[in-house]
Design a protein around this ligand. Structure first.
Ligand code: ARG
Length: 705
């Protein structure tokens, strides 16, 4: 189908005829309506990073396994390993609470562009514009919160050409209901990640709880009851055929489809190679230590999966950019745009300098970009330094001339939970290796004049060896030990904190960044803010017949398309679905990524598919559609033309890894778990029929197409 992650509020503006031609039977009101239950009420943002959907009237939520991964791991120990063995609560009393996890349910959204930009003209000085806009965004969000009843924010779209208000209810009592074993829910591991064909049952289940009045609570509360959603999705046993209509509803995180050629170039030749190299190093250390010690592997499982996911993403993105010549394409597009601008005097006046401004900003950013990347991926890629950075507010308080004791008490109280959380999954011996390796790379790779003071100490006192420096830091820092950290928090002193070598290191890194790097980057970005806005405005004006969708920015979107095969490369055509046969073909007891549980092998060999079999007699595991999605859509419902759940979106394909930067309709596919395979895993493999029974299972004949 077409490019586009659309704002559901504007579904009426979409090409209804095209949607109906593809098979949509729902009205615009059935998709998005503020006053009556509509599809949007069944879709939630999970934890700010994923999507989930209600599949029962008792708050039962389906999402991806990789979205629930951290929660599942947090409940796992080598003795009681939910990650490895899977878990299904036998009843509501067995569901597991997850402090900190929440879901946001959209109450309403509103186009507030007119209000945000009122009185602002092209002549308004940029700094004034930015200040006014930010102030109005804050005030509007504040008003919409209605005294803390809602979570609200105003997000910009089209690089600041439009603004939308989003109002949510936030539910903080979200309990784990079930998940398959990791070997099923993450089948194929990092080898299959970002690739088709796929055989992963990438699902997990949670339940949202509310108070007696069905209202949100900030966290777990005794006496809370299952939330009764305004709408939950019926689940279809029909299965999909090629060309069936498919709609994906969810919370895509970030795309940069308007990123200029200079930005693409910087990503391609500087940011991505550095990220890949730094993550590669970190992952190797974690893997080596994990292979020696299964308990450590379990502790690091979720961190590892997160870092590995985008490590492979950056690799694929760079490969794709080279193969598809993304930079050249964008350069050509920019040239055409500049010709169009030059062809008209008024346009020249308004947009004439846009490309120059963009390129100038990127020239500055290119000088400082490595510092940024290494700050994020090397310094903050070291766990002890990230943890130490959390003590900086406390440091500021302790340093004050007359320290505010109440504020200090509050700051230390607030650090209790993060401290417990940090040490739960921490190994200082592993982290020490990461520290030495990543900071050495920082020291070697980042321009010398941009480096923090502390590195001069390393040069002078440790001969430039981060290994030796690591001995000092990890030998002396109290931040390597939970007991010592708690002791410090009991009675924090400035002296102890500022002399701690781990804290000293992060403090030096941050101070350097704030004083020497951030001002330059911010100046460049301020110029870029205006230039990007004008660039996007010019593009839309030039191609006025095309309806653009705004870049993803973690706000609710829908995309529509069809079930569709693709040609991966010359002579390679991929089918649009996979079957359980492929699990048995990939099965490899000697490779942890492709282990299949014994019970699953038996059931599949016996072709025991029950009511979840396809018409063709096989068990379909996954299928692809041409919906436009990105990270954050993970867990999104794939809905047929009647509004029934047919799958769970969980990945994108290797051939289109540049999708977040440029959309290719021939190559880009959305990879979905077939909902029947999900149900099979719960009921047949997991023996948890009671959970399936909670859902509204339907079989209404072929999907509209
Ligand atoms: N690539 C998927 C996404 O970002 C995540 C898949 C998780 N699975 C894995 N093997 N790491 O949505």
């Amino acid at each position: 189908a077409d490019e586009g992650m659309w704002l559901p509020l504007l579904v009426k503006r979409l090409n209804q005829a095209d949607m109906q031609k593809k098979g949509l039977k729902l009205t615009a009101e059935e998709i998005y309506d503020v006053n009556n239950a509509s599809l949007k009420d069944a879709v939630v943002q999970l934890g700010g990073f994923c999507t989930g959907e209600f599949v029962s009237g008792q708050g039962l939520l389906l999402t991806n396994h990789h979205c629930g991964y951290d929660a599942i791991q947090s409940h796992s120990t080598p003795q009681k390993n939910l990650l490895a063995d899977g878990f299904y609560a036998a009843n509501k009393g067995e569901e597991l609470k997850n402090p900190g996890l929440f879901v946001d349910i959209l109450v309403r959204m509103e186009d507030v562009t007119g209000k945000v930009l009122e009185g602002i003209t092209p002549q308004t000085p940029e700094a004034e514009r930015v200040a006014t806009v930010q102030k109005r965004q804050r005030e509007m969000a504040e008003a919409a919160k209605e005294n803390g009843q809602y979570v609200a924010y105003v997000r910009d779209m089209f690089a600041g050409n439009e603004y939308y208000l989003f109002v949510y209810q936030r539910f903080g009592d979200v309990r784990l209901v079930g998940a398959p074993p990791e070997s099923v829910g993450k089948f194929g591991g990092d080898t299959d990640n970002w690739m088709w064909p796929r055989h992963t049952a990438d699902f997990s289940m949670f339940r949202v709880y509310a108070d007696k009045n069905n209202k949100p609570t900030a966290g777990f509360q005794e006496g809370n009851q299952p939330y009764v959603p305004k709408k939950h999705l019926p689940v279809s046993l029909q299965g999909v055929a090629e060309s069936d209509f498919a709609m994906v509803f969810g919370f895509p995180g970030r795309t940069q489809r308007f990123l200029p050629a200079a930005g693409l170039q910087l990503t391609l030749d500087q940011s991505n190679p550095a990220r890949i190299k730094l993550r590669d190093t970190r992952l190797k250390i974690w893997k080596e230590d994990g292979d020696q010690d299964p308990a450590l592997r379990l502790k690091y499982a979720s961190k590892y999966a997160n870092i590995a996911n985008y490590w492979k993403y950056f690799i694929g993105q760079n490969e794709g950019m080279k193969r598809l010549k993304t930079v050249d394409q964008k350069t050509a597009e920019e040239r055409t745009l500049m010709q169009w601008i030059a062809a008209d005097a008024a346009r020249g006046q308004q947009y004439g300098s846009v490309l120059n401004d963009i390129n100038q900003a990127y020239a500055t950013m290119r000088q400082y970009n490595l510092s940024s990347v290494y700050m994020n991926e090397a310094a903050l890629g070291t766990e002890i330094l990230t943890f130490a950075s959390r003590l900086r507010p406390l440091y500021t308080l302790l340093k004050a001339e007359s320290p505010d004791q109440a504020a200090i008490k509050k700051a230390t109280d607030d650090l209790q939970e993060p401290t417990a959380e940090f040490f739960k999954d921490y190994s200082s011996s592993t982290d020490k290796k990461v520290f030495a390796a990543l900071l050495q790379m920082y020291y070697n790779d980042v321009p010398k004049e941009q480096q923090p003071d502390i590195f001069q100490t390393v040069a002078k006192q440790y001969g430039g060896s981060m290994q030796k420096y690591a001995d000092e830091v990890f030998g002396k820092s109290f931040l390597t030990s939970e007991a010592k950290t708690k002791q410090f928090l009991q009675k924090p002193t400035l002296q102890q904190l500022e002399n701690d070598p781990a804290f000293k290191t992060i403090n030096s890194l941050f101070t350097n960044y704030q004083q020497n790097i951030a001002p330059k980057m911010q100046a460049a970005q301020a110029g870029l803010g205006r230039a990007n806005r004008l660039y996007v405005a010019a593009m839309r004006e030039k191609n006025s017949q095309k309806v653009y969708s705004p870049d993803a920015n973690s706000t609710i979107r829908l995309s529509y398309g069809t079930v569709r095969a693709y040609q991966g490369r010359d002579a390679v055509r991929y089918n649009y679905f996979t079957t359980a046969q492929g699990i048995l073909e990939k099965e490899d007891a000697t490779n942890p990524e492709f282990v299949v549980p014994k019970k699953q092998i038996e059931l599949l060999r016996a072709k025991d598919y029950g009511r979840f079999a396809d018409k063709d007699g096989t068990l379909h595991t996954a299928f692809i559609t041409d919906n436009d999605i990105t990270g954050g859509n993970s867990g999104s419902p794939v809905i047929n033309g009647r509004g029934e759940l047919i799958g769970l979106a969980f990945d994108g394909n290797w051939e289109a890894m540049t999708g977040d930067l440029a959309y290719d309709p021939e190559l880009k596919r959305c990879i979905n778990a077939d909902i029947r395979y999900v149900l099979w895993c719960i009921e047949k493999l997991g023996g948890a029929k009671h959970i399936v029974d909670e859902m509204t299972i339907v079989n209404n004949g072929p999907n509209p197409s």
